[in-house]
Design a protein around this ligand. Structure first.
Ligand SMILES: Nc1ncnc2c1ncn2[C@@H]1O[C@H](COP(=O)(O)OP(=O)(O)O)[C@@H](O)[C@H]1O
Ligand SMILES: [Mg+2]
Length: 222
């Protein structure tokens, strides 16, 4: 899926956070949203993921304008096409590692295990083998991030949104995560990451500098 922002602006608390950002994120590639801390990388990622509305400009999926999508259409996009690995990880602490990966419930809300083989594969990929029955709340920050990535692998979504994928990881896990994201892209998925890690940037196909339209005056006010 081709994910685009065209000339989007976002104001938060009366302050312009994004000012006319345009970016094209193509299938089969990793696009990095880069820039200084506070430049709006996370905000732009959230706009592209339809998690945050824009005040001006358009968001397009495969050329279709989805800026005005209502709640139902956005939910459908998240359910059918997107996977998110965000800063708060989206992990349910009271649930098991396995349920956090498969998110499978039966008709009355009971936890069912989903596809066991896929579950094991997705945990193995992120180094969480053997942890499936633990409470997710007992995992460390870096482990929760890898758990969110396992969920994305299990889902094999068309578009992957990842906020600072390598920020809280040691060198070995950083390499693993970069390789996993590259593997998503090789399989034709659209991968969008916000990052200030140069090693991550090197693995990306396109870099988009966030905040390039912000004047020095505006940046001083941030
Ligand atoms: N919910 C929010 N409330 C207030 N300010 C926000 C909010 N979200 C983002 N901002 C502000 O917008 C700017 C960009 O934030 P962010 O997108 O998180 O930057 P980055 O990810 O590049 O560090 C920052 O100045 C931040 O304080
Ligand atoms: Mg950020």
């Amino acid at each position: 899926m081709l994910m685009e922002a065209q000339d989007i602006s976002v104001a938060i608390g009366g302050r312009l956070v994004l000012n006319g950002e345009s970016v094209r994120c193509k299938p089969g590639t990793i696009t990095a949203l880069v820039g200084a801390s506070g430049s709006g990388k996370t905000t732009l990622l959230h706009c592209l993921g339809l998690l945050l509305p824009v005040d001006k400009g358009s968001i397009l999926i495969d050329g279709n304008n989805v800026t005005k999508y209502g709640t139902a259409a956005r939910r459908q996009f998240w359910r059918n096409h997107a996977a998110f690995v965000l800063q708060d990880y989206g992990i349910m602490d009271e649930e098991s590692v396995a349920f956090n990966v498969t998110m499978k419930t039966n008709i009355i809300g009971g936890r069912v295990s989903g596809n066991k083989e896929k579950l094991m594969h997705s945990l193995e990929q992120t180094g969480l083998t053997g942890r499936e029955n633990e409470l997710a709340g007992h995992l460390s920050g870096g482990e929760k991030q890898r758990l969110a990535l396992s969920r994305a692998i299990y889902k094999d979504a068309d578009i992957l949104f990842v906020d600072e994928p390598t920020a809280s990881l040691d060198e070995a896990n950083r390499r693993t995560v970069i390789e996993l994201l590259a593997d998503f892209a090789v399989r034709g998925r659209t991968v969008i990451v916000s990052t200030h890690d140069s090693e991550m940037m090197e693995a990306c196909d396109a870099l988009h500098q966030v905040g390039a339209n912000n004047s020095p005056q505006k940046l001083r006010n941030i």
